[in-house]
Design a protein around this ligand. Sequence first.
Ligand SMILES: *Cc1c(COP(=O)(O)O)cnc(C)c1O
Ligand code: SF4
Length: 345
Amino acid sequence: MITRTLDAGTSPPAAGFGPSRRPARWQSLLSQGVSSAEELLDLLGLDPGAADCSPNHFGFPIRVPRSFVSRMRPGDPRDPLLLQVLSRTAEGAEVDGWVAEPLEEARFSPVPGLLHKYRSRVLLVATGACAIHCRYCFRRHFPYGEHAAARWQPALDYVAGQPSIEEVILSGGDPLSLRDSKLADLEQRLSSIPHVSRLRIHTRLPIVLPERVDEGLLAWLGGSRLQTVMVVHCNHPNEIDPAVAAALGRLRDAGVMLLNQSVLLRGINDSSAILRDLSVALFKAGVMPYYLHVMDRVAGASHFDVPRSAAEHLIQEMRATCSGYLVPTLVREEPGALSKTPLGA
Ligand SMILES: *Cc1c(COP(=O)(O)O)cnc(C)c1O
Ligand code: SF4
């Protein structure tokens, strides 16, 4: 029932676009997302005061595709998908050690829009835009204006000048919030650099708006000379519905290697049973669990934190009950380390 209500919003784009300027369907769906706490709670039949909801967005507006809302349980203020996107009063708390820029990324940026922290791979901040705003995001205060590589040439020149770089990671923001024409151009320019052999895309879009995986995306991604890896970002098994599973299947059929990273979030997925269900659902959809991140200490998100001892205990419980390949590596990001730091080994 709720699905029907939500789908009513997916009308065709406004008149005035000529056929060539017509946005792709996913772009229309994206622009029709929910952008206020009031509407979000209303769609779920919840009181405005539910779930510790705050009308203040703390400078990080609410943004959530209707398809993602349709997977929330109506009437449940503790719904694990809702809690990822609803601004809450707890975000206003100032907590010692929780800061705007926890990873000190500026130190690792040799040219604007590029982070070179680890050997053999670089991360390109392809855009600052995301399809969904996750309240726990460590980039919620990120100075995208300075970084979003609208002009990619300096970053590409840097990659071309460093033969040790084998892999380029598109991140953001969400790189798949860019149009396919831009992405295809970027892919072309990267694949013309002989020492680059892999293209990795870190994205939440196939999960939160599966319509993004359309012909336009599959055409440039499936046709690349580069080996392609997509790291999706899914935190809870309820995020995977048949449309998401089908989108992941289309990516696999196009030859894309699929991995998942999650963030360990209090009240959302901090149980070994939920994490196990998530791994099983992902694997069924052809996605290998990769990383489970403990929270980066970003201001406004401390209420999602799971203590390190509890996190390590969860991963040990998973190991005791799951096939080894279904257990993600629990990691923490430490400024200055040579790689992500594994925990609970
Ligand atoms: C996480 C990250 C990577 C990728 O690390 P992997 O362990 O290869 O997944 C690369 N660059 C930056 C800056 C990162 O934060
Ligand atoms: S999609 Fe990723 S980058 Fe964007 S808000 Fe969510 S966690 Fe942050």
